[in-house]
Design a protein around this ligand. Structure first.
Ligand code: ACO
Length: 431
C-alpha cells in the first residue's frame, strides 16, 4: 500500500505531509516540516490534538475505554500482577522472569533507606507543609547523593540502580513527610516486608504501636498503585519528558512531574473529590444543588472526579476502583456515607443530558479517595499516593526518551504572539 499522506492547502498552495501510523492503527499527520515548508505553525492549546512523541509504553483508547501497559490489559495487571512486576514491565518493556523480579526486588530492599543527612532537611519544614511540596523537593535533592555517577547519561547498570532507588526511596520520603506532619518519630523501612506492607508500616507504626497489616488493605493499595502506574502523555508525564528533554537528570525531571501532578485538575483531584463529598455530607441537603452548580455556566464549580481529557466513554480504572472500594469497605466493616454520596452522584451523572452530551464520566480519582480514607491515609497524602504509583511510568518515559533511536530533541513549542507591537520606551516621569 502507498504511504498515506495528508494535504494542506494554504492560499492555493498544496503541501503534502506524511502520515505516521501506530501499532493500534492510530494515525498522526507529521507536521514537523510544516514551518520550514510554509512558515506556518499549528495551533493546539492544551495539546488536545497533538502527539508529542511516539511511545511503546501505554496504549489507551479513550472512546472505547481501553488501557494497556505494554499490551497487557489493565484489568489483568490489577488482578494478577504485583506493583513491582508492573513497574518492571513498564520500565523494561516485558514481564520479568522469576529471577529478574527477584533481582529487581532486591535492589528495592537494599536502597529503601534515605541518607541520614536528609532527615535534617525534613526538620526545616513546618509541620503544616503540604507533603507534595516536601516530596517534590526531596526527590530533586536525592540527586545530591550520587557522587561519581553520571546522572544525565547513566550506564544501563547505573540507570537500574537510580531507578529502583528512586521508587524505593519515594515511599520512605512519603511516609517520613506524613510522620513529620503529625509530629511522630520516623519509622525506618524493613527488609522483611514487601513494597506495600513496608510503606504501611512506615506510615502507621510507631515506637509504641505496631500497625497490623491486613491483606485486604495491601491488595487495595496495590491495585491503586498499579492503576496509577502510567497513563501515556498526561500533564505530569509530559512535564517529565519536557524537562528531561533538556537533559535534566531523572531526579530533576521527576521532581517537576510531581509538581505538575499536585494540581487539582490532575493528581490533586482525588483530594478535591473528598473535600467535595465531605462538604455535601456536612451540608446534608443532598447532591442536586451540586449537580446544578456544575451545570451552571455562570459558576466555576466542577464536579471533581468527573470528566477526563481523553476518556470519552468511561475510565476503565474507575470501574476497577469502584469495585475495589466496595470490597474493601465491606471487608473492613466500614459504612462510609461518602461512598453512598459518590454512588448517587455517579448515578445522576450517567443519566443527565449535560454530562452525557459532553462525555463526562467518573474518572480514576472519583473513588480512590474513599479507599485511602478507609485505609487511614489523610487527605493531603492522596496525591502523594498517586505520585508513588506513577513513579514507574515517569521513569519508563524518561528512559524511552533518552534512549530514542536517533537521539532526543529538546521540547520547545512555538506560540502565536498576540501582544503589543513594537513601541518606544517611555521614561517613568512622562507616563
Ligand atoms: N463538571 C462539570 N462540567 C464539566 C466537568 C466537570 N467535572 N468537566 C468538564 N466539564 C464541562 C466543561 O465545562 C465544558 O463544558 P462546555 O462545553 O459547555 O464549555 C465541557 O465539559 C468540556 O470540558 P473541557 O474542560 O473542555 O474538558 P477537558 O478535556 O479540557 O478537561 C478535565 C478535562 C480537566 C479533567 C475536566 O473534566 C475537569 O476539570 N474535571 C474535574 C477535575 C478532575 O477530576 N480532574 C482529574 C482528571 S483525571 C487525572 O488527572 C488523574
Amino acid at each position: 500500500m502507498d504511504q498515506e499522506t495528508a494535504k494542506i492547502i494554504i492560499n492555493d498552495n498544496v503541501h503534502e505531509l506524511p502520515v505516521i501510523t501506530g501499532s493500534e492503527g492510530e494515525r498522526g499527520i507529521d507536521i514537523s516540516r510544516l514551518r520550514a515548508l510554509t512558515n506556518y505553525v499549528t495551533f493546539d492549546q492544551g495539546f488536545g490534538n497533538t502527539a508529542s512523541c511516539s511511545s511503546a509504553i501505554t496504549f489507551l483508547d479513550g472512546e472505547a475505554g481501553i488501557l494497556r501497559y505494554r499490551g497487557y490489559p489493565i484489568e489483568q495487571l490489577a488482578e494478577h500482577s504485583s506493583f513491582l512486576e508492573t513497574a518492571y514491565l513498564l520500565i523494561y518493556g516485558h514481564l520479568p522472569t522469576a529471577k529478574q523480579l527477584r533481582e529487581f526486588s532486591g535492589l528495592f530492599t537494599n536502597h529503601s533507606m534515605i541518607h541520614e543527612d536528609m532527615k535534617n532537611v525534613f526538620k526545616g519544614y513546618p509541620s503544616t507543609a503540604h507533603p507534595m511540596g516536601i516530596l517534590a523537593s526531596m526527590v530533586c535533592s536525592l540527586s545530591a547523593y550520587y557522587p561519581g555517577i553520571d546522572l544525565v547519561d547513566p550506564t544501563p547498570k547505573q540507570f537500574d540502580g537510580i531507578a529502583t532507588q528512586l521508587m524505593s526511596k519515594i515511599r520512605t520520603i512519603a511516609a517520613f513527610a506524613y510522620k513529620k506532619s503529625i509530629g511522630e518519630p520516623f519509622v525506618y523501612p524493613r527488609e522483611d516486608l514487601e513494597y506495600v506492607p513496608n510503606f504501611l508500616n512506615m506510615m502507621f507504626s510507631s515506637p509504641t504501636r505496631q500497625y497490623k497489616i491486613y491483606d485486604e488493605v495491601v491488595t487495595a493499595l496495590k491495585v491503586l498503585l498499579i492503576l496509577h502506574a502510567d497513563h501515556e502523555q498526561n500533564c505530569s508525564t509530559s512535564t517529565v519528558r519536557l524537562v528531561g528533554s533538556a537533559k535534566a537528570n531523572l531526579f530533576a525531571s521527576i521532581s517537576a512531574g510531581i509538581c505538575a501532578l499536585w494540581g487539582p485538575l490532575h493528581g490533586g483531584a482525588n483530594e478535591a473529590v473528598l473535600d467535595m463529598l465531605e462538604t455535601i455530607h456536612k451540608e446534608g441537603s443532598g447532591i442536586d444543588k451540586y449537580i446544578d452548580m456544575a451545570k451552571d455556566k455562570s459558576s466555576s464549580f466542577l464536579l471533581m472526579g468527573v470528566g477526563h481529557r481523553v476518556y470519552k466513554s468511561f475510565d476503565p480504572r474507575a470501574k476497577i476502583i469502584k469495585k475495589c472500594a466496595h470490597d474493601l469497605l465491606h471487608k473492613l466493616g466500614i459504612n462510609d456515607p461518602l461512598l453512598e454520596i459518590a454512588i448517587k452522584i455517579e448515578e445522576k451523572v450517567l443519566k443527565d443530558p449535560y454530562f452525557i452530551e459532553r462525555n463526562l464520566y467518573p474518572n480514576v480519582d472519583f473513588y480512590s479517595g474513599i479507599i485511602y480514607k478507609a485505609i487511614g491515609i489523610p487527605k493531603d497524602m492522596f496525591t502523594v499516593m498517586f505520585a508513588i504509583g506513577r513513579m514507574p511510568g515517569w521513569i519508563a518515559h524518561w528512559k524511552e526518551m533518552v534512549e530514542a533511536p536517533g537521539g532526543m530533541k529538546i521540547g520547545r513549542p512555538r506560540q502565536i504572539y498576540v501582544g503589543a507591537k513594537t513601541r518606544d520606551f517611555v521614561p517613568i516621569n512622562k507616563r
